[in-house]
Ligand binder design. Structure first.
Ligand SMILES: CC(C)(COP(=O)(O)OP(=O)(O)OC[C@H]1O[C@@H](n2cnc3c(N)ncnc32)[C@H](O)[C@@H]1OP(=O)(O)O)[C@@H](O)C(=O)NCCC(=O)NCCS
Length: 171
């Protein structure tokens, strides 16, 4: 089954980067980065290669679930430096699997700018709020707030953030 959003999302030329829908060949890198960052995520158990592959194959069947590799230009090709994902839930698009896996020497890619462009692209396909649940012990909360998100909810262990970048002033 195909995905609703495009295989590739071009970013401004000066950013030297693009977003590419992940393929099964990315599954192992995604697993490694997810495990390395698991203290920041709700899922705390180490993911095994078998579990990752099973997840990936089910993920492919969900048309409104999109995992993108953030790619930085390297020579005549690209290298993956991060991940960004979104999935349609009941009445929101949930941002998840957000990670910088690699900081290259030139560090040309701003994950923050990339996130904002990603949210603008999501808004072209889905007309529901874009939200994100972030654990309260994650310093990334400040990063989301600096990049167009506002707090909309408060649970015991996490905050609910909502992207406000396309509708500044909306309460
Ligand atoms: C959240 C996360 C993706 C943000 O990545 P990031 O690389 O820090 O994000 P950015 O590229 O936007 O850079 C953030 C800041 O670092 C600075 N920076 C960028 N490259 C840098 C470098 N090479 N050296 C030092 N600082 C650098 C930027 O100037 C920016 O500053 P600003 O926020 O004042 O503008 C990253 O911290 C991460 O992977 N966290 C672990 C996983 C996680 O918690 N994900 C979210 C779960 S909800």
């Amino acid at each position: 089954m195909g995905k609703t959003m495009p295989t590739e999302i071009a970013l401004p030329e000066r950013s030297g980067a693009r977003l590419r829908l992940v393929a099964e060949s990315d599954a192992e890198l995604m697993r490694r980065w997810k495990n390395e960052n698991r203290r920041f995520f709700f899922h705390k158990q180490e993911i095994t290669p078998e579990q990752q592959l099973a997840w990936f194959r089910t993920y492919l069947t969900r048309p409104d679930d999109h995992n993108y590799a953030v790619e930085e230009r390297l020579g005549s090709g690209y290298e993956t430096v991060g991940l960004l994902a979104c999935r349609l839930l009941q009445d929101t698009v949930d941002i998840y699997n957000v990670m910088r896996g690699k900081r290259t020497a030139p560090a040309v890619v701003s994950m923050g700018d990339t996130l904002k462009l990603f949210c603008s692209e999501i808004a072209r396909f889905y007309s529901v709020p874009i939200t994100c649940n972030v654990l309260k012990n994650n310093p990334a909360i400040g990063w989301y707030l600096r990049n167009g998100f506002v707090q909309r909810g408060d649970a015991p262990d996490h905050v609910v953030l909502r992207y406000n970048g396309n509708e500044v002033g909306t309460t």
